[in-house]
Design a protein around this ligand. Structure first.
Ligand SMILES: Cc1cc2nc3c(=O)[nH]c(=O)nc-3n(C[C@H](O)[C@H](O)[C@H](O)COP(=O)(O)OP(=O)(O)OC[C@H]3O[C@@H](n4cnc5c(N)ncnc54)[C@H](O)[C@@H]3O)c2cc1C
Length: 446
């Protein structure tokens, strides 16, 4: 600090509002953090967000009867989030989604890999080459330095290419697979080693047919995420939380061991600040800018309605083909019903691959689905959403830089966690809940 050197600690405290804790960000990590703190006995917690809504990047958009999410957002009835907010459960809509993928051969087939289509469908000669390349990789390509080498070791370079997994990984991670940190690849691509290890393959072959998932899949209510999360907000408010949304956060200073958060229209103080906002934003607020912004994916959500033959029956399709900047599409009309006879869906496009342009994203999507014989009929763009900071890009050195930035914030006293604050790709609200609980070193119910 200190821009308030001339004030004594008691002056500052008497002029400001005091909270037991301040939580930056009202996404899943922020809501769970507030819930944990209140359960832990704190009486007054302020939740501040620059967004004008609760739920962070759980964002929907409705127009003319259609209702879209920015991406594929699916929940489960056994999520630990429901231990914090049990009132959410009856508001969700039970769904029975099926997942598939578009492979490089233009087929809609099993996600994430199809032994029949990707291996045996390649013909005898190519099947032999695929198996030979797996054996070669297991024997001679054991040295793994990046995500590409990790995947190659497990499924061999021929299947990596033929299945389209490498193209999908590039789309998903936002950079070429040989630029992705090996440690992060191990963590995030565990499913490859689990599916491809010989022990597991034999184990699965000997076991009786695997049971399907025992939990129930759910979508948010048609009324949207605000309707859903206002139920959670009400519980938090009853327990002592206050929300300040659409907040203009200007600075965080430390005065006599107390944090002082300066908002445009008010100053609040607390002993404790939990930050779930992007690291560079927290650094800026604390005037501790490291000068290096961690790279993140910008996601463009294209909101389409459609009448005609879509060319597949599953609700969620992943793009594993070698072309196209879109990563995944979700048919919301399968969950909420048709509107005037029209289906509707969101296509998630990696913004970094189309120069951040919605027009290019739309053109690229239309060309690609046309080439692959999908969506034959009347395809109409109803709207779009550009989401910066959707999730981290794990380029080499990024994890180290994030850890260092988080450590510096912690030295200042700020606890930074969550998808943004922890620079951690948390695929689900479940992961965000578990990790927020762990970060605050509290186990629910204890
Ligand atoms: C496309 C997509 C699909 C997902 N699919 C699923 C799913 O199927 N199931 C599931 O359970 N979860 C899904 N998730 C989300 C998952 O639940 C995350 O783990 C969770 O949303 C992370 O919450 P968070 O509070 O840590 O961070 P976030 O919600 O990412 O953000 C926290 C806070 O950071 C700030 N912030 C974030 N982005 C910006 C920005 N661009 N500009 C300014 N401030 C910003 C805001 O204050 C925000 O409230 C999905 C998320 C996305 C983006």
């Amino acid at each position: 600090m200190d821009n308030a050197d001339h004030l004594t600690v008691s002056d500052v405290i008497s002029q400001t509002e005091q909270f037991d804790a301040i939580v930056l960000g009202a996404g899943i990590s922020g809501l769970v953090s507030a819930s944990v703190l209140l359960r832990d006995g704190l009486r007054r917690v302020l939740i501040v967000d620059e967004y004008d809504h609760i739920g962070g990047n759980h964002i929907d958009w409705s127009c003319g009867g259609y209702t879209f999410d920015i991406g594929s957002l699916i929940f489960q009835d056994d999520s630990p989030l429901l231990a914090h907010f049990p009132e959410l459960l009856p508001l969700y809509i039970p769904i029975e989604p099926r997942w598939a993928r578009l492979n490089p051969q233009g087929m809609i087939t099993t996600y994430p890999i199809s032994v029949r289509d990707d291996i045996f469908g390649a013909g005898i000669a190519e099947t032999i080459r695929i198996f030979a390349s797996v054996i070669y990789a297991r024997l001679f390509q054991r040295n793994m330095r990046n995500a590409r080498e990790f995947a190659r070791y497990w499924i061999g370079s021929r299947l990596l290419y033929r299945s389209g997994l490498e193209s999908y990984m590039k789309r998903f991670y936002g950079i070429a697979t040989d630029g992705i940190d090996i440690d992060l690849a191990r963590k995030r691509m565990l499913w490859i080693s689990e599916h491809a290890s010989i022990r597991n393959l034999i184990g699965r072959a000997l076991k009786r047919k695997q049971q399907g998932p025992t939990n129930r899949q759910m979508a948010r209510p048609k009324q949207g995420f605000q309707f859903l999360y206002s139920a959670a907000a009400e519980r938090l408010k009853r327990n002592g939380a206050e929300f300040q949304l659409a907040a203009d956060m200007q600075a965080i200073d430390k005065i006599g061991g107390q944090f002082q958060l300066q908002l445009k229209d008010r100053i609040v103080t607390s002993d404790r600040i939990i930050s779930t906002i992007p690291i560079h934003m927290a650094e800026r607020l604390c005037r501790r800018d490291s000068g290096r912004k961690l790279e993140t994916i910008t996601l463009i959500g294209l909101y389409f309605s459609f009448a005609g033959d879509r060319g597949f029956s599953q609700s969620i399709i992943y793009n594993f083909s070698h072309q196209g900047a879109w990563k995944r599409l979700t048919m919301y009309s399968d969950f909420y019903g048709l509107v005037d006879g029209r289906e509707y869906f969101t296509a998630e496009v990696i913004g970094n691959h189309v120069g951040g342009s919605t027009e290019r994203a739309e053109r690229d999507f239309r060309d690609h689905v046309h080439t692959n014989g999908l969506f034959r009929g009347d395809l109409r763009l109803e709207g779009s959403h550009v989401l910066d900071e959707a999730y981290p890009i794990y380029s080499k050195g990024a994890a180290l830089h994030a850890a260092e930035a988080i450590r510096q914030l912690r030295d200042f006293g700020l606890e930074s966690l969550g998808r943004q604050g922890g620079f951690n790709y948390q695929p689900t609200a479940r992961a965000s809940t578990v990790e927020a609980e762990a970060a605050l070193r509290i186990s629910v119910g204890s």
